[in-house]
Design a protein around this ligand. Structure first.
Ligand SMILES: Nc1ncnc2c1ncn2[C@@H]1O[C@H](COP(=O)(O)OP(=O)(O)O)[C@@H](O)[C@H]1O
Ligand SMILES: [Mg+2]
Length: 326
């Protein structure tokens, strides 16, 4: 198979390839590089052909082993598949499923119907629920990293870019929190900005930002009002976003439950998936957050304990009265 772009042309646009990879390397692997489709902080992404199939090829320099090992372990319809992974000198490249429909960035500029937004969010939550069930935090959920395979079918949403993902250590996964500050500031959860220990809930905050932007044609809930981390910290916890009054009450309810400053009050992906705005069963009850559920259980326990104690006290008093009367 011939490379459509000659290696010297490639060299002009991609220093990594010219430096570390040779033309015959691609031929040997049956890979054709077509065009550049993305550039991020850690490398470049090209559209290509791999064994005659359209693919995306991400080139990275330096150690990004974590991204590959996490991606290798994932198999879900809402997550970009990794087909092959090659290492060549100091350079690595990932051959991945190609999402032809671009990212949410372009899509959200349009005015979208709520039913469409709900479908998109449903797919994102499914992908995140799967990641969280595998004890993985994505840590960089944002419109650029949410890709559309086929614009005709919005359930074909795919989560991409596992460059900042974190997998819990198996032996301590249940109570482990993470403290490394990373991600894209404007999508970062407050606990991360405030340098506190955090957990999977950071991804759900980012989902809240994405939902807000989808409902508001790409407008962010806090920016450009708040520009810097310092401004965010100073205005916390009184920071409020402008309510999208054009949105339905149920859409705003879900938004409220995702954009909770307190990570324990924030919805998990599983709870978001059964919210009536997502299931489209508008008369269904709204699920409680973990914290709300905890408080609810506590109230029930207090109620039973109170009843038990008052019954006991009443019994003792009536016993005493009975004894006296004898
Ligand atoms: N599988 C893919 N299919 C189509 N486009 C992709 C794919 N992977 C990445 N891209 C494009 O390349 C951009 C950068 O890729 P990403 O993996 O997010 O790299 P970075 O870690 O540098 O942000 C994405 O925002 C997207 O536009
Ligand atoms: Mg990215």
């Amino acid at each position: 198979m011939n490379c459509i772009i000659r290696i010297d042309e490639l060299g002009l646009i991609n220093q990594i390839i010219i430096k570390y990879m040779r033309h015959d390397f691609f031929l040997e692997k049956d890979i054709t590089i077509l065009e550049k489709i993305g550039e991020g902080a850690f490398g470049q992404v090209y559209k290509g052909l791999y064994k005659q199939e359209e693919v995306a090829i991400k080139f990275m320099q330096g150690a990004q082993i974590q991204e590959t090992s996490i991606m290798e372990s994932l198999k879900h319809k809402n997550i970009i598949k990794l087909y092959q992974y090659y290492k060549h000198g100091n350079c690595q490249y990932l051959v991945m499923e190609y999402a032809a429909g671009g990212s949410l960035n372009e899509l959200m500029k349009k005015s979208l119907e709520e039913s469409i937004i709900s479908q998109i969010m449903h797919s994102i939550f499914e992908g995140i629920q799967y990641l969280h069930s595998k004890q993985i935090i994505h840590r960089d959920i944002k419109p650029d990293n949410i890709l559309i395979k086929n614009t005709e079918d919005l359930s074909s949403i795919k989560i991409a870019d596992f460059g900042l993902s974190y997998q819990y250590k198996p032996e301590i996964r249940y109570y482990q929190t993470v403290s490394q500050q990373c991600g894209t500031f404007i999508y970062m959860a407050p606990e991360q900005i405030l340098n506190k220990a955090y957990n999977k809930a950071v991804d759900m905050w980012s989902c809240g930002i994405v939902l807000y932007m989808l409902l508001n044609q790409g407008k962010h809930p806090f920016y450009p009002r708040i520009f810097t981390k310092k401004e965010f910290i100073n205005s916390f916890p009184d920071l409020k976003y402008e309510q999208p009054l054009h949105a339905s009450p149920l859409a705003r309810d879900l938004l409220y439950r995702l954009l909770q400053f307190d990570q324990d009050s924030r919805y998990t992906a599983s709870q978001a998936l059964v919210h009536p705005w997502i299931t489209r069963k508008f008369n269904d009850p709204i699920p409680m957050s973990v914290k709300q559920f905890g408080i609810y259980i506590l109230i029930i326990i207090i109620y039973f304990v109170y009843n038990l104690i008052t019954t006991k006290i009443n019994q003792t008093i009536s016993n005493l009265i009975q004894k006296r009367s004898y």
